[in-house]
Every structure is written in structure tokens, then in C-alpha cells.
Design a protein around this ligand. Structure first.
Ligand code: FUC
Length: 772
């Protein structure tokens, strides 16, 4: 019996029989899949599906006779290490303020554009751009004149594997591609149902400079090069493993003939070490990476990858009902999205979580404007980090949807920015602490860019500090607060202690921010509302953190005093929340930024139950601005309406975003593609079901009538809890609150609030009746 088994497996491995063993299994893909019945057009990038391991990303097109796997590495940027600060700019701070006080905005813009902007090394006023790496191209000449049958491709976001399958002349061909975080590589597998049927030519391409190729008979293909408009060098190293058949190196390519199965393992890296140093050796890094998997089977690489992904992804589940559309192609579901497809809400919600795991893992760069995925040498807005909304929106779902580890790359970037931004604080403002304006890049540029009419906005760093505090609020890790978060937050607050200025135009004694902008609306001003909300939030969080850590008593007292004097929110003549100190909002403006509602979301100083007048003013503003906008603007409005406890309007904005601003691969369409809207929508769905920003866990605060029945498990709240909720006929059935590691809090459902006291790491189950 044993001997028979050994002989049989030897026969299978040799591929001498027709029934070739396939590891891939497209048929068992979960309902959490994006599905298509045709390949992506090789020239239409937004039809391909994304995979990623935080550092390496790829778009898989699923072509039959030609497969394109366009890949990225998170540290390939144009430019080089550079200090963007403008020495001596501080001389012009008071003159610019004076011009603004005198109502001479144009003169202020001109002076600031001349004397106050970043010093750049590329003859422009822009920061540097994220770059593509290259394409892994697989060609299959034998399929050229064939019509495949039963073609399907999909991205299973539960296993984080992109796959495709089709039949040609009675043989089934399967392919799958994934990016492994544990093994740090992108893996492609080619299989066929018949032995010896895998034939393919593998090559690499790149649009950059100094591109060179090397092959060797072991099945190795190496591509080296340098970023065209920069200094960063890179290497892609592809190892071909074939089971059976022949592997023949050609000029810059590898040909595989008659194999039973093929595994392609792609390592890719750059010379980037940190924002000050690009002297690394990508070849050494890749060699080490490939060495580690040298003896690891495809099956084991795949199993470890799925386990790693699912350990994060499966922490949260959402079930809002099934629909018979789940097996339809994703693009047709998207086009016809309506309330009859609640499962699509689940898919889109979980897709944001999938993307977060794929583009932001400990050790990687933060998610940029396109996450990790970019095919263009000159991508929109440089595909860098715009932090007057976009970068922060990327991380809104991190804590609440239980992916706190994925937040880490943002914190690492903040550590860098607190250094480069300290130089900008000194040179531009003569201030202590650190400051970041509305963009940063790989080189951690923190000074104002583009044009003073939107680039001078000093609260980018302060806004990002909210994320440091959230990570503590949700996770309650005191060591993290003490060693990582607090020093950066405190230094950010010190900047504003020096920067805030008393408005002497009246006798109110208000402290205001300026020169600044209300993001991208109205040009340079003194005292935009958003800045004051952000600075109040930062001061408040530093005050709380200093109490938790029992440090800096004098600073705390100073922040408490100053915080009270920061210009308050004001309601204007239309009943709107004022965007500026002056009551000059245009009720007909549909501007995409709704910056002055920051205090409603992601801030927490406006709440319909605690500050009802201000909440009403937010509604008036949202009515003025309308339900249109870019992808991220609609995504923000999903969150705003959820915070206003209006689930139906929140759901309407979700439908608007899906129908008007989403590509066939479910990437957010600003347009163009920008990933923030994906993350904003995921956060918005979570905010419909659970909120905790107002000192209590609020169950089903904005449940839309389109989702009357459902269960969500594993969402997190401030205070250190994990919450499972189920509801039926739009009423709470039960809520299970786990201590993680929180113990005491208030829990609210509808009108009733209860005090919660759970033993550490225990859970308590509440039912709808408890809240009657
Ligand atoms: C801000 C927005 C734009 C775009 C860009 C990346 O400038 O106003 O809409 O999202 O960032």
C-alpha cells in the first residue's frame, strides 16, 4: 500500500499522466471576491486587480495570451534626500500677517510665493513623485489563435489571492498571484489540468533608466536600473521554479516549455535606507529575501501568506444579508448597485480593509494617494502624501476596523516628519516643535509647496497627530503612548503654543491660526475654522496624554489656558457653520472640501446630542455643499452623516460614491484613481454601526433603513473594547462587548445609556431589552 502511494506520487510529480495535480482552487473562492468574465484590457489599468504586502504591490490583468503583472515598490520616488525648508522665511511671517490683517490678500500671496515656500531642487514648486517599478510579462504564444472557454478571473479578498482560469482544447489552465508579507515576495503560479502543458516566456520591463538584464540557467532573471528622475537604484530578481519541462534562459527572458506547473518568485527592492540615505544595496536585500524561501514549497508559501492575511482580515466580519447578485461580475453589480444588493456593501466595506492590509504593514511606507499602486511616471498629484484630508482619510478605518498594526507606517513617517518639520518650524516660523503643511513625500518635505493660496496650511502635522492619540485610545498601550506618541504630539503642540497669535482686530482676545488656508478654498487668510478645531483637538489630546503619563504639569496648564482662548466655532447668517472668522460663506458653493466640519468628523467637538446647535449648522453647510463631489468628498460625507446620526443620508452618500466614483476594480475614482475614498467608505460604514468618539460606545448610531438586518463582529472602540452587534428589523438584538483591555465605559443605544464595568479580558452580552 505504501509502496503504491510512493509510486503514484512519483508518477504525478513527473507529470506523465493527464490528470495533473493543481494546488490552486478557483472554485472555492469566497463570496468576498471581485469577479470578472473577461481579462482586463492591458491598457486599462483600473480593470486590473490589486495585490500587495505593504511594500510590494502589483496589478494583475489576467490576460490569456499575454499576462501583465505591473508592480510597485513603496520606496521608488523621483528626487533624492533634500531639505525643503526655506532659510530666512521667518523674516516674512509678520509682513504676511500684516498684509492679511489689512485685507491685502493678493499682496500676501505674492510675498509668500516669493519668500515663504519650500526650496526645491527640481526647478518646480512641487514635491517628488511616487514611481512605477516595472512589469512582469508572461507570454503564451500557443494561445494566440485560440478562443478560451469558461474564462473567469477574480480577486478573493479573504485569501488575498488573484486568480484566473480558462479552458483551451479541453485543458484547464489556472493562474494565481499573491504578495506575501511573511516571505516578502510576489508569487505567481501557473498550472494546467494536463501534465506537461505549461509553456510560457517570462520577462521583466521597466520605464526607468540604466535598465539591464541578466539571466542564468537556474531560472534566474535579474533586472537592475535607476529611477529616471532620481537617484534611487533598484533591482527585481525573479526566480523561476518549474515542475517538469525545460527552463531555458534567453536574452533578457526565460522560456519554460512542457512544465506541469511553474512558480515565479519575484523579489524587488531599492537602495532606499531612510529619507536621508539612499546608499542601500537592493541586490543584497533581494538575495537575502530569496535565500529565505529557497527551500520553501509553493504550497507552504501560499499557506503562510493566507494565514498571515486572514489573521488580520478575519478579525472583522459583516453580514447585512445575502443577495442573488453575489455571483455576478463585479462591474455589473457596481453599475446597478441598489438596496437589493446588501452583500455588495459588505464587499466594499471589506475591500477597504483588504486594501489597508495590502498597502500598509509594519515596516512599509504609509499608504500614499494611490495606496501602493501606480503605473505612471507622472502620477496625479505625484501619488505622494496630501495631508489636508487624503493621508488621514486613508487611516480612518485602521483602529475601528481592527487593523491597528496597519497604522504603524504612518507613525514611522510622523517620527521622520517631527525632525524635518522641526527645521521648518524654526526657519519659517521661529517656533519650537514641528510643523507639516499640506503635503509630504518620501524625503519628508514639510514646508509649504505649490502656491501660497493653498500650500501654506500649518495644521497637517497636527491633524496626523490625532492618529497617534487614537492608537492609544483604542489600544490603551501606555508604553506606546509614553515612548512613541506623546513625544511627537507634545512637540507638535509646542509649535502651536509659539505660532498662535492673538487677534487684535477686536477685543475678544481670541487666539487664531495664520497665515493659513481653509484647505483649497478661499486662499490665504487669518483664522480658518478648521485650524482651530484641529489645534483644540491636539491640545486636548496632549492634555489627556500628559495626565495619563503624569508628566509636564506646567505645559498642561498652559495648554488648558490657551485652548480656552482659541477662536470658537461660529454659526453664520444662513445658519451654516462658518468656514472662516468672517461670516462670508457662499451658500451656492459645492466645493469638495468641507474642512470646517472637521470638528464633527474626524474631530469630536461637534455632536448632535452634545452640541445640537452646532450640529444643525453642520447640516445646513452640508445641504449647501450638496451630495456631489470627488470620491473622497463623498466618502467624507458618508462619515459626516453617520456622525449626524442620519443613517439614510449616510447610506445615500455610499450609493453615490459607488455609482459615481468607483472603477470596475472597486478602486475609488476621484477621478482619477485615489485610494482615500475606499478607506473613507469603509470607515463610514463602520461609523453607521458603531461610534465611540463622544465618551460612550454608541450602538447602531446611524443604522440605514436599507440594512435592517445584520451582524457585525470585531469592531473596536475607544476605551479598549471589541464589539459584536446583531440587529433585526432595524432594532438591536444583542451586543457583546469584550474587554481589550478596557474595563469601564458607558454604552448607549437610542435614548438610553448604561454604565459598563467588565473584568479585564472578559466580555458581557447586552440585549435590546436592556436598553428599554
Ligand atoms: C487635494 C484635493 C484634490 C486631490 C488632491 C490629491 O488637493 O483637493 O481633490 O484629492 O488633494
Amino acid at each position: 500500500m505504501r509502496i503504491y502511494a510512493i509510486i503514484l506520487s512519483a508518477v504525478l510529480l513527473a507529470g506523465c499522466n493527464d490528470a495533473n495535480r493543481m494546488i490552486t482552487d478557483i472554485t472555492s473562492a469566497s463570496d468576498l471576491s471581485l469577479r470578472y468574465n473577461e481579462p482586463a484590457d492591458l491598457a486599462k489599468w483600473e480593470q486590473a486587480v490589486p495585490i500587495g504586502n505593504g511594500r510590494l504591490g502589483a496589478m494583475v490583468f489576467g490576460g490569456v495570451e499575454k499576462e501583465r503583472i505591473q508592480f510597485n515598490c513603496d520606496t521608488l520616488f523621483t528626487g533624492k534626500p533634500h531639505d525643503y525648508a526655506h532659510k530666512g522665511a521667518v523674516e516674512y511671517l509678520s509682513p504676511i500677517r500684516k498684509l492679511l490683517y489689512e485685507g491685502k490678500q493678493k499682496e500676501a500671496h505674492d510675498l509668500a510665493n516669493r519668500e515663504f515656500m519650500s526650496v526645491l531642487d527640481n526647478g518646480s514648486n512641487r514635491q517628488r513623485a511616487y514611481q512605477p517599478f516595472g512589469d512582469l510579462i508572461l507570454t503564451f504564444p500557443e494561445f494566440n489563435d485560440k478562443t478560451p472557454a469558461n474564462y473567469r478571473r477574480q480577486l478573493d479578498i479573504d485569501s488575498a489571492v488573484a486568480s484566473l482560469e480558462f479552458d483551451v482544447d479541453g485543458t484547464t489552465f489556472r493562474r494565481e498571484v499573491f504578495a506575501s508579507y511573511p516571505d516578502n515576495v510576489i508569487v505567481t503560479r501557473l498550472e494546467a489540468s494536463k501534465g506537461g502543458a505549461v509553456n510560457c516566456v517570462v520577462s521583466l520591463t521597466s520605464p526607468h533608466a540604466d535598465i539591464k538584464f541578466r539571466t542564468d540557467p537556474s531560472g534566474l532573471l535579474v533586472m537592475t536600473g535607476k529611477v529616471k528622475a532620481g537617484v534611487t537604484r533598484f533591482e527585481a530578481r525573479l526566480q523561476v521554479r518549474a515542475r517538469g519541462g525545460k527552463v531555458v534562459p534567453r536574452d533578457g527572458a526565460i522560456e519554460i516549455a512542457g512544465a506541469n506547473a511553474v512558480t515565479l518568485i519575484l523579489a524587488g527592492d531599492s537602495s532606499f535606507v531612510n529619507y536621508k540615505d539612499v546608499s542601500g544595496d537592493p541586490a543584497q536585500k533581494n538575495l537575502a529575501t530569496l535565500k529565505k524561501v529557497e527551500h520553501k514549497s509553493y504550497k507552504n508559501i501560499r499557506t503562510d501568506h493566507m494565514q498571515d492575511h486572514r489573521a488580520l482580515f478575519r478579525r472583522v466580519s459583516l453580514d447585512v444579508g445575502t443577495s442573488d447578485k453575489a455571483s455576478l461580475p463585479t462591474s455589473s453589480r457596481l453599475k446597478s448597485f441598489d438596496e437589493g444588493d446588501p452583500q455588495f456593501v459588505e464587499l466594499f466595506f471589506q475591500y477597504g480593509r483588504y486594501l489597508m492590509i495590502a498597502c500598509s504593514r509594519p515596516g512599509s511606507q504609509p499608504a500614499n494617494l494611490q495606496g501602493l499602486w501606480n503605473e505612471l511616471m507622472n502620477p496625479p498629484w505625484g501619488s505622494k502624501y496630501t495631508c489636508n484630508i487624503n493621508t488621514e482619510m486613508n487611516y480612518w478605518p485602521a483602529e475601528i476596523t481592527n487593523l491597528a498594526e496597519c497604522h504603524e507606517p504612518l507613525f514611522s513617517a510622523l517620527e521622520d516628519l517631527s525632525v524635518t518639520g522641526a527645521n521648518v518650524a524654526k526657519e519659517h516660523y521661529g517656533a519650537r516643535g514641528w510643523v507639516v503643511h499640506h503635503n509630504f513625500d518620501l524625503w519628508r518635505g514639510a514646508a509649504p509647496i505649490n502656491n501660497s493660496n493653498h500650500g501654506i496650511w500649518p495644521t497637517g502635522g497636527a491633524w496626523m497627530c490625532q492618529h497617534l492619540w487614537w492608537h492609544y485610545e483604542f489600544g490603551r498601550d501606555r508604553d506606546y503612548l509614553k515612548n512613541t506618541a506623546y513625544p511627537i504630539m507634545k512637540s507638535a503642540a509646542l509649535f502651536f503654543v509659539d505660532f498662535l497669535i492673538e487677534d487684535t482686530r477686536n477685543d475678544k482676545g481670541w487666539l487664531i491660526s495664520g497665515p493659513s488656508n481653509s484647505p483649497e478654498n478661499g486662499g490665504l487668510v487669518m483664522g480658518p475654522t478648521m485650524d482651530h478645531q484641529i489645534i483644540r483637538n491636539l491640545f486636548g489630546n496632549v492634555i489627556k496624554a500628559s495626565l495619563v503619563l503624569n508628566v509636564d504639569q506646567d505645559l498642561r496648564k498652559q495648554l488648558i489656558d490657551m485652548r480656552k482662548r482659541i477662536a470658537p466655532n461660529q454659526i453664520g447668517k444662513h445658519g451654516q457653520l462658518q468656514e472662516w472668522l468672517q461670516d462670508k460663506d457662499n451658500p451656492r458653493s459645492h466645493h469638495r472640501h468641507v474642512s470646517h466640519l472637521w470638528g464633527l468628523h474626524p474631530g469630536n467637538e461637534i455632536h448632535p446630542l452634545q452640541t445640537p446647535e452646532l450640529a444643525e449648522a453642520c447640516k445646513v453647510t452640508l445641504a449647501h455643499r450638496g451630495d456631489g463631489g470627488t470620491g473622497w468628498s463623498k466618502a467624507w460625507k458618508i462619515n459626516f452623516w453617520a456622525r449626524l446620526l442620519d443613517g439614510d443620508h449616510s447610506f445615500k452618500m455610499l450609493a453615490e460614491a459607488l455609482k459615481g466614483n468607483t472603477f470596475p476594480n472597486l478602486f475609488d475614482a476621484h477621478p482619477p484613481f485615489q485610494i482615500d475614498g475606499n478607506f473613507g467608505a469603509t470607515s463610514g460604514v463602520a461609523e453607521m454601526l458603531l461610534q465611540s468618539h463622544a465618551g460612550q460606545i454608541h450602538l447602531l448610531p446611524a443604522l440605514p433603513s436599507a440594512l435592517p438586518n445584520g451582524t457585525v463582529k470585531g469592531l473596536r472602540t475607544r476605551g479598549g473594547f471589541e464589539v459584536d452587534i446583531s440587529w433585526k428589523d432595524s432594532e438591536l438584538v444583542s451586543a457583546t462587548i469584550h474587554s481589550r483591555p478596557g474595563t469601564e465605559y458607558f454604552v448607549r443605544y437610542k435614548e438610553k445609556t448604561m454604565y459598563l464595568n467588565i473584568k479585564k479580558e472578559k466580555k458581557v452580552k447586552l440585549t435590546g431589552k436592556d436598553f428599554l
